[in-house]
Design a protein. Structure first.
Length: 242
């Protein structure tokens, strides 16, 4: 089975030997890939809709993996039990939905050793949520595929010091940048993030040029927001100058 670059990167974040739940599994490609390569012993392919789950069941049967992968109809992780799995993948959906799943299934999510999250939007909001609720991001990656950028992260546990830090109203500039762009991506000078920052800088510059000629109250407010965004991008780009 040949996975897309995005799904391959998500799969590679799963710790070898872990029991896996793949939330929003769609075709079931990731658990099938990991089982067939002997990376994991067992998995649950989960989806809120019957159609994707039927596709997953068909693919599981084609690859003779039924002994190792079960399917389960579930809204997020609501049908998953605490400690039932070691790893939880929540990938390929919007950031608001990721946060909803984490919130509604908090007991289950906290009981897992790790979660691999790959929100398709509102990435900063997901990182803010994790920070505020004491989750630790321990690994990050970013993939460019078919012209789209896909950040992803491995998350673990709950640390009291992290919760205290997350409860602060004011973040340092570095903490703000970490939430926006990813600490490990910045510190490791991830090349895909560099391309993302360059693209964002060009877009922001064009928007700023267009809005500078306007003098309405809304335009002035928007211009200040754009200038702040430019400052964040420039600060992030400095990580690549070291």
């Amino acid at each position: 089975m040949q996975l897309s670059k995005r799904l391959l990167a998500v799969a590679d974040m799963v710790t070898e030997g872990n029991r896996l739940a793949d939330v929003g599994t769609d075709h079931g490609y990731v658990p099938i890939y990991l089982v067939k390569r002997g990376r994991i012993p067992w998995a649950i392919a989960m989806d809120v809709n019957k159609g994707p789950l039927a596709r997953a069941e068909k693919n599981i049967a084609i690859h003779a993996a039924g002994q190792y992968i079960e399917t389960r109809l579930s809204d997020g992780v609501l049908e998953l039990h605490p400690k039932e799995v070691d790893s939880i993948i929540i990938a390929g959906m919007g950031g608001s939905l990721v946060i909803k799943i984490l919130t509604e299934g908090e007991a289950v999510c906290r009981s897992a050793d790790e979660m691999i999250l790959q929100p398709q939007s509102d990435i900063a909001k997901v990182r803010y949520y994790l920070n505020e609720h004491g989750y630790q991001i321990i690994r990050e990656d970013m993939i460019l595929e078919d012209g789209k950028f896909y950040p992803m992260m491995k998350v673990s546990g709950m640390d009291e010091q992290e919760i205290l830090k997350g409860s602060r109203k004011t973040l340092t500039e570095d903490e703000e940048l970490y939430n926006r762009y990813g600490r490990y991506l910045l510190e490791n000078q991830n090349p895909v993030l560099w391309h993302f920052l360059k693209k964002e800088a060009a877009v922001i510059k064009e928007i700023h040029a267009n809005i500078c000629s306007m003098d309405s109250t809304e335009a002035v407010t928007r211009r200040k927001e754009i200038e702040q965004e430019m400052q964040y991008i420039h600060a992030a780009q400095k990580y690549y100058e070291v």
